[in-house]
Design a protein around this ligand. Sequence first.
Ligand SMILES: *Cc1c(COP(=O)(O)O)cnc(C)c1O
Length: 384
Amino acid sequence: MSKRNLGLNTICTHVGEVKDEQFKGAVSPIYVSTSYEFLDVTTKRYPRYFNTPNQEHLSKKIAALESAESAMIFSSGMAAISHMFLAFLRKGDHLVAQNTLYGGTVNFIKEEFPKYGIDYTFTEGYSVSDFEKAIRPNTKLIHIESPSNPLLTITDIEAIAKLGKAHGILTSIDNTFASPVNQNPIKLGIDVVMHSATKYLGGHSDISAGAVAGSKESMDLVWNVSKNLGGNLSDMTVWMLERSMKTLGLRVKAQTKNAMKLAKWLDKHSKISKVYYPGLKSHPEHKLAKRQMKGYGAMLSFELDSSLDSYAFQKALKLIKSSMSLAGVESTVISPHLTSHALLTQEERDKIGISDQLIRFSVGIEDVKDLKEDINQAILAISN
Ligand SMILES: *Cc1c(COP(=O)(O)O)cnc(C)c1O
């Protein structure tokens, strides 16, 4: 059976299973050994070498989902991204980074890069020409994020991949928001894909993990750095992630469907002044999203009417939880101006369009009617 021809849900369920040869059980056994025989073996197995049986096998599932030759699993999304950056960038190199990256990624670049003597430029905007303008002779990597947080901007993945190839620069993407269910950047020419597996890959808000996928050649470079930095995930958690990923396709498709319905409903709601969702025709990059995504994802943002207090709104919700994280099967909301963008000044937030009325909505698998009802009762409760 060729892996190339397997469908999404078959990959999620079966690729990378650890076969239980001894007892013929239906699920992967967990191999917790940190110590493996070294006599007569060519592969030195060790957790920090990222090659214990559970790590090695789950990597195959992630690689298959991203159409990559190889993948590695890490202890968090930030472990994945930091190991990836340090694999492709060294002293004197330059990174071109999209202006709207995940906050932790921005902090890593600003706080850690100077210690390693790595230069960087954040783009002015997220159009291809913004990236092109930022390229320098020593640029070695272009890093993008699409859809981005929290305004769901869409970057032209194929055009960025081409730009990188034309200049001999590697390209990477944070594919966390779309998940492999809705977007496969490697098929669009991107070299390396990373995920916070804490989000959709885990999907139940109970696992911290990350992943990087790419060609064998680029993953060898990541491994060379990772074995020294040591951000591997415990095999117990690798096993939990495998179990979670069996339903990745089912979950994310259901969440994406819900998000589309809610985006349309919110867009018409008299107490909602604006909705940010790439699936809406009014989204500035809707056509681009349609071209490069299989589904528009389950993250959206909206602005409450100026008469409503966004903090009071979240407190009044009964079903939808307020949460720092995202992508679980349960719906959650967050105020970017109080959390991810709290350290910016009001002026800086205004400039990038993060208003006090903005709510980021991670849509879960609940019934849409209940989510609508919860939003309506919260609005009613805080209206006077
Ligand atoms: C959460 C997140 C990360 C960081 O992942 P952790 O698992 O929290 O380390 C990176 N990128 C995006 C887009 C995220 O949402």
